[in-house]
Design a binder for this molecule. Structure first.
Ligand SMILES: Nc1ncnc2c1ncn2[C@@H]1O[C@H](COP(=O)(O)OP(=O)(O)OP(=O)(O)O)[C@@H](O)[C@H]1O
Length: 937
């Protein structure tokens, strides 16, 4: 056993798992095998018991006779049996194709001559010895084979093996295995296994020996199982006797239960992958050690006497120079040996040869002896065949590599428009195709507040619908249109609506999706996209964020050449040129940065229509709100609601509005309301603009007081300055990023221009927080930092951009902080500084004068703020009286009534892009917030 175990893991494995797979292919555990095997053994034992009850020896003899009968075949006398054939069939043992002897032949065996065995052909007895306990002799006498005790080292090796197996097996399985091993340690192993082990010391394990070993070890397992069964049966019957319940029926039941318990199948719980791996490994081992039940090795002598001499050989095939496959004339073989498996198509004998030359000589000599004429000699072919397993293994790394690549590419590539994905679809366009009949249900009515843009794009719709009308007059329809505007203003929506109205397919792709790490992929995707589109013409292609690939060429910045991007752009240009006038493919593109696009893209014949879509006006917002409110459950007056929300949301884009409406519905759902009310909408707007309320941020009373007076200062200025934006709400509830409180002002409608008075009032109002702190406390805080930032930017813009300083004059200076060289002289720089300072000082003076005058009112507002935290417009009217200036009618309509407060968004600046964060300093309207001191850091 030691040798066995040491002789590579193969054999150790062979004796367990491969054993299972070879004999019980569907079982996944040894115990299962054991129980099945024992069932088989038990059934066989029953057969013999019926034949010759109580005389196992006779059965043994009868079995021997059975073999004799088979050998004799066809009623031939046993003495005349072809010697080789007998051995052939008998050697096969129970695992040979012949081992599946029918019960009939077993039955009939008892009528045969008991001397058969002694008269059997030479080697007959050996057969049984070789096959060991599986031979009929052992069926009734499981302990018959002589046993050999294990040496101390062998016992240790078994223990070691057990320890290893225990790690990988379920507890129940390892328990059974341990029991079996212990039994083996007690009783030893059959002598025959010992013999084989001895042989294996000197020569390597060949397949035949491996198979023999498997059979023998299997029999050991089987005997063990049988022993267990009988032990259990004995125990159960003795316990029954003890209990005095030996009634017949009781016995029957007991027998039944005993049987069922002995045949109780072990069910190992295995996950799928373990099962698959086990099955695969088991199968491989099985195939390795048992190269095929459909073949049988014979010796040259057996081949010659059994087949060659009788003229049964059809042809010979020399395989890999070391093995000869024998093809027999099936019919003739069947006639001579009716029991032979060789008459079946898939069975074959083979024999091994030392060298091809020696074999050829031997064959020639044999044929000469038989006097076979040269024209009728047996054909011999030569084949070099890689055994399937080693073939598989030699290909394994390649297969794994290809599989890995395939898997990676599957993960990396999504399905393209053409449905191809993976590494092979990398050059395919990633455009999503929307089918006009099923996927696009957007129409122009769903796109609100951009009437001019819709009118412009309408021309494309009528071209797609009725091309004839244009072609008849010789008109060329524009190839494409560029939709430009801030994010979320509905460019994609408009493009989709165009496709929906025209009832044509719509291909949508983002410019960045052309870009890939591989050079040439972008261009290839563009080609594929346009090719696809042509196939589906008439249709619309929409390239969103075209600036990702359409930036002006040669402006690669510091990153060096941008060949890939330029290649993609060139391909787009080429494809757009490639359309002929009758091809009904319209290309729409969206961008937030039309200014950076390559001029070639914008020339006539390409994107020759440029449709600018701005943020919606008050009326536009009202319409957009109407579209989105349609999907919301509310009992508010829709007209009033849409108008009021539009007034509350200057500067909102369509996407902001959609988000706001959805947010309101979410807030309502959170509070389990059955409909969305005005309060939910106001909360939603506040949240979209100001961020989340920070209820967890607790200020100490002194800080809270400072914040209240600071915000009250803003509120008073907003109330009493003529050109300031009307005040809607003051709050000292912290919100968003670092705002400890805020005063909300709402521009009266959309303001596109601001005059000096408005700017001065706004700056004065922005400084009011700090001025109020100065007036009411001994010291000031860092909370006004953000206000100063806004005021400085506003004053700087007045001086350097808007021509509002007589000292600087009507000049415009780019306010780019990154510029190394300022576009003005030192003197101008000094003048700018002094002018900015002068303007801010003036604003401060203006603010201080008002707040000194209204010091009492500041106190009133601040104290009420401290108690209520939030003051609305009516509260302010109650405390301060009606605002001394007339408000815009539109504004009064929505806000000068009960519940009249809302929240202004960051306003649109009169020119320039809005500043990146906070409210625009140089813009009308906005909230003035006190921020935390860490602004300074
Ligand atoms: N005019 C509008 N009418 C109705 N809904 C609109 C309008 N504009 C925008 N929306 C809403 O905003 C959402 C986003 O709009 P869209 O994707 O078209 O913006 P976009 O301009 O293409 O943005 P981006 O430039 O970021 O790609 C739309 O799905 C829609 O719900």
């Amino acid at each position: 056993m030691t040798t066995l175990l040491r002789r590579s893991s193969n054999l150790a494995r062979i004796s367990t798992s491969s054993l299972e797979s070879s004999l019980c292919p569907h079982s996944s555990s040894l115990p299962k095998l054991v129980s099945r095997s024992s069932r088989l053994a038990a059934s066989r034992r029953r057969t013999y018991a019926t034949d010759k009850p109580g005389d196992p020896k006779e059965s043994k003899d009868a079995e021997a006779k059975t073999s004799g009968k088979v050998v004799a075949g066809n009623g031939e006398k046993k003495g005349k049996t072809t010697p080789g054939v007998e051995r052939l069939y008998d050697n096969a043992g129970p695992m040979s194709p012949q081992s599946a002897r029918s019960q009939d032949s077993l039955q009939s065996s008892k009528h045969r001559d008991t001397d058969a065995q002694s008269k059997a052909a030479p080697g007959f007895e050996n057969l049984y010895d070789k096959t060991g306990p599986m031979s009929p002799r052992s069926y009734n006498d499981p302990d018959s084979p002589p046993m050999s005790k294990l040496t101390k080292e062998e016992q240790q090796a078994v223990d070691r093996l057990m320890r290893t197996l225990r790690k990988g097996l379920p507890v129940s399985q390892s328990e059974i295995l341990e029991e079996a091993f212990n039994d083996m340690k007690r009783t030893g192993i059959p002598m025959e296994i010992r013999e084989v082990m001895k042989k294996l010391k000197d020569k390597p394990l060949d397949l035949a020996t491996a198979a023999q070993l498997i059979r023998m070890t299997n029999n050991v397992g089987r005997r063990y199982a049988e022993k267990k069964i009988s032990e259990e049966n004995r125990n159960s019957s003795s316990s029954q006797n003890e209990n005095g319940k030996g009634s017949k029926s009781g016995d029957k039941d007991k027998k039944k239960s005993g049987e069922s318990s002995s045949f109780k199948e072990f069910t190992a719980s295995m996950d799928t992958s373990t099962f698959l791996v086990t099955a695969l490994v088991g199968y491989l081992l099985y195939r390795t050690v048992l190269p095929g039940e459909n073949s049988k090795e014979i010796t040259w002598q057996e081949f010659k006497t059994t087949f060659l001499d009788k003229g049964l050989v059809d042809k010979l095939t020399v395989l890999n120079h070391n093995r000869v496959h024998v093809d027999l004339h099936r019919e003739a073989t069947g006639r001579v040996y009716p029991e032979s498996p060789a008459q079946h198509g898939n069975f074959r004998y083979y024999f091994s040869i030392g060298s091809v030359e020696a074999f050829e000589k031997k064959l020639e000599r044999a044929q000469n002896e038989l006097g076979i004429p040269s024209s009728e000699r047996i054909p011999v072919s030569y084949v070099d065949e890689v055994p399937w397993l080693s073939g598989l293994f030699s290909f394994a790394p390649t297969l794994v590599f290809i599989g890995g690549l395939y898997w990676l590419s599957r993960r990396a590539g999504g399905a393209g428009a053409s449905g191809q994905s993976g590494i092979f679809g990398i050059g395919k366009s990633k455009a999503k195709k929307f089918n006009h009949e099923t996927d696009i249900n957007i129409r122009f009515k769903d796109v609100a507040g951009m009437d001019e843009a819709k009118a412009e794009i309408m021309e494309f719709v009528s071209f797609l619908k009725e091309p004839g009308q244009y072609q008849r007059l010789g008109a060329k329809i524009p190839r494409g249109a560029l939709l430009s505007g801030p994010p979320g203003t509905g460019k994609t929506l408009l493009a989709k609506a165009t496709a929906g109205e025209s009832q044509v397919p719509f291909f949508s792709i983002s410019g960045s999706e052309f870009v890939e790490i591989f050079v040439g992929v972008g261009a290839s995707r563009v080609r594929d996209l346009f090719q696809n589109a042509r196939k589906h013409a008439p249709c619309i292609i929409f390239i969103d964020e075209i600036d990702a690939v359409g930036k002006a060429r040669g402006k690669g910045g510091f990153s060096g050449g941008n060949d890939e991007r330029e290649g993609t752009l060139n391909q787009i240009l080429t494809e757009m040129d490639g359309f002929n006038t009758t091809e009904q493919v319209i290309v729409l593109a969206g961008t937030n940065r039309p200014d950076v696009l390559d001029k070639a893209l914008l020339r006539p014949g390409r994107f020759d229509r440029q449709i600018s879509i701005d943020k919606p006006t008050m009326d536009g917002r009202k319409q957009i709100f109407r579209v989105h409110l349609g999907k919301i459950v509310t009992s508010e007056n829709m007209d009033y609601l849409a108008g009021r929300l539009a007034a509350l949301t200057p500067g909102f884009s369509g996407a902001d509005i959609a988000n706001c409406v959805n947010e309101a519905a979410l807030i309502a759902a959170r509070t389990s309301a059955d409909r969305v009310t005005m309060t939910h909408f106001e909360q939603a707007i506040e949240r979209v603009i100001g961020g989340l309320e920070k209820k967890s941020l607790v200020l100490n009373p002194e800080e809270k007081r400072t914040v209240a007076y600071h915000e009250a200062g803003h509120a008073i200025c907003g109330w009493f300055f003529k050109y300031a934006d009307p005040l809607l709400k003051v709050s000292i509830i912290p919100r968003g990023q670092g705002a400890l409180g805020y005063a909300q002002l709402l521009p009266q409608g959309d303001v596109y221009l601001m005059n000096v008075n408005q700017l001065m009032d706004r700056m004065a109002m922005t400084l009011a927080g700090r001025v109020s702190e100065e007036l009411h406390f001994d010291t000031v805080t860092s909370g006004a930092s953000d206000d100063f930032n806004k005021v400085t930017r506003m004053a700087t813009a007045m001086v350097t951009k808007w021509g509002m300083s007589s000292k600087i004059g009507y000049l415009y200076f780019e306010g780019d902080q990154q510029q190394l060289h300022k576009p003005f002289s030192e003197e101008t720089a000094r003048n700018i500084d002094s002018e900015v300072r002068r303007i801010v000082d003036e604003a401060y003076k203006q603010c201080r004068e008002l707040l000194v005058e209204k010091k009492r009112e500041i106190g009133l507002v601040a104290e009420e703020l401290l108690s209520k935290e939030v003051l609305g417009r009516e509260d302010l009217i109650r405390i301060l009286g009606k605002r001394p200036f007339e408000d815009n009618k539109e504004f009064s309509k929505y806000f000068d009534g009960p519940g009249g407060f809302g929240m202004p968004p960051p306003p649109l600046p009169p020119s320039d892009q809005p500043p990146p964060e906070g409210n625009s300093p140089d813009a009308p309207g906005g909230a003035v917030a006190i921020r935390r001191g860490d602004d300074y850091q």
